[in-house]
Each structure stands twice: as C-alpha cells, then as structure tokens.
Design a protein around this ligand. Structure first.
Ligand code: DX5
Ligand code: ZN
Length: 223
C-alpha cells in the first residue's frame, strides 16, 4: 500500500488570506494541497478556477497541487489547469466526457491522472480504466460533492475495500467529512490519502493536528 498522505482542502481556507493559508497548509507538513473546482452544473455550487491554482504555484511552487474537477465537461479545461500548475488532475467518472481520452490527455499534459467516484458509484466503474493503467489514483467521495463541512458517509468504505483488495499498490484517496475519527475508518478500509477541509483549516495549530493524525495512522497500521 502507498504511504499515507494528508491533503488539506483549500475550500475551507480563509479566502481573505489565500496565499497565507496555502503556506500554512504547506508549513503544517501536509503532503499536498487539494483544490476543489466547481462549475454550478456538475455540482450545485461555484468555487474558483485556474487562477487560484496559479496562485498556489506562485506562493508555494514545491507544494503538490491536487486538483479535483467537479465539472460537467472536464476535458475542456485540461490545458488551462496544466498551464496554471496542477500536478494531479482528478475527473469524475460520472462527468459528461470521454473518460479514457480525458485521462490520456491529462497525462499528455504532464500531470498525474485521478479518477473520482461519488459515494454510491460502484468500484467497478473505475476498473476498466485501472485495468488499462490509465489512472494514477482513485478518489472516493464520502459526501456528495459540492460543499465543505458535510457529514461523513460510510457508504464508500465497501468500495474502498474492494479496490484495495484488488489493487494493493493503488493510491486510494477519500474526500468529505474527514476528521480524526473518520480518518481511521477510511484507513481501516484501505484508503491511504485523506482530504480534509473544515477539520484542518479550523485548527489553530494545523501542524499539531496533522502530526496527531499521522500518529493515529501509524498506530493503526502497527496494530
Ligand atoms: C466537496 C469537496 C471536498 C471538501 C471537503 O465537494 O470535494 O474536498 O472541500 O471538505 P470537508 O473536509 O469540510 O468535508
Ligand atoms: Zn475535493
């Protein structure tokens, strides 16, 4: 299984101080920054676009930018996010585009390609692409995408177990309602990467929380 990764989601940051918030996540020892891109069609909300990815690249060039596209037609924006500095680009399997060609295009633009599944989407939806080696990671949603601060849904845990047993080396990320408790449920099911917005950005000392999360994960894998 890949090493554990913790990714703060910028959606929960103080937008009045975005550059400082990006540096706060990096300096707290996070593995990467998660950026949520919403188009008000695929999800019922709007967030931000490539300009914020470019800001993250400018203020923290070495801090990996993991970009989660909640867009109806993500294929139309691959180039824009590559130019902005995305390192990983994640697309939903439920999006209205040719998934195989879009994953290939993401890699052709020099980025890692991720495939996202909604909470009740069966893991089998990702398998054809994984069998062909077209995706570098899978993100399973543990809330319906669109908003931060929602309650964790355990429904994807079964799908994570299925993917982990079939693909021992695959990076499986989880996103939505992750906190110090739900983190361990997800890790026990086989997730190795954890996106957390409200739980981490609300912390006055994010570094202490990330260190505590890592200690709990280490204790779980030792047990
Ligand atoms: C939801 C986003 C998440 C969100 C997570 O659509 O994909 O990344 O920011 O926020 P929390 O951790 O608050 O559930
Ligand atoms: Zn996300």
């Amino acid at each position: 299984m890949p090493p554990y990764r913790i990714l703060p989601s910028l959606l929960a940051a103080d937008f009045g101080h975005l550059a400082d918030e990006i540096c706060r996540a990096r300096d707290a020892g996070a593995d990467a920054l998660h950026l949520d891109i919403m188009d008000a069609h695929f999800v019922p909300n709007l967030s931000f676009g490539p300009a914020v990815v470019a800001l993250a690249k400018k203020v923290a060039p070495d801090f990996h930018r993991n970009v989660h596209l909640m867009l109806c037609e993500p294929d139309r924006y691959v180039e824009a996010f590559a130019k902005a500095g995305a390192d990983t680009l994640q697309i939903h399997v439920e999006a209205c585009c040719e998934i195989r060609a879009t994953l290939q295009s993401i890699r052709a633009h020099g980025m890692r390609a991720g495939l996202v599944l909604n909470p009740r989407t069966a893991p089998e939806a990702a398998m054809p692409f994984l069998e062909e080696g077209l995706a570098d990671e899978v993100l399973y949603m543990s809330v319906y995408p669109g908003f931060g601060g929602q309650k964790f849904m355990p429904v994807p845990l079964e799908g994570i177990r299925t993917l982990r047993s079939r693909y021992p080396d695959l990076s499986i990320m989880i996103d939505g309602g992750i906190n110090r408790e739900t983190l361990l449920l997800a890790a026990a099911a086989g997730a190795d990467a954890f996106v957390a917005g409200s739980a981490l950005f609300a912390c006055p000392d994010m570094a202490a929380d990330i260190a505590a999360w890592r200690a709990s994960l280490a204790a779980l894998s030792a047990s």
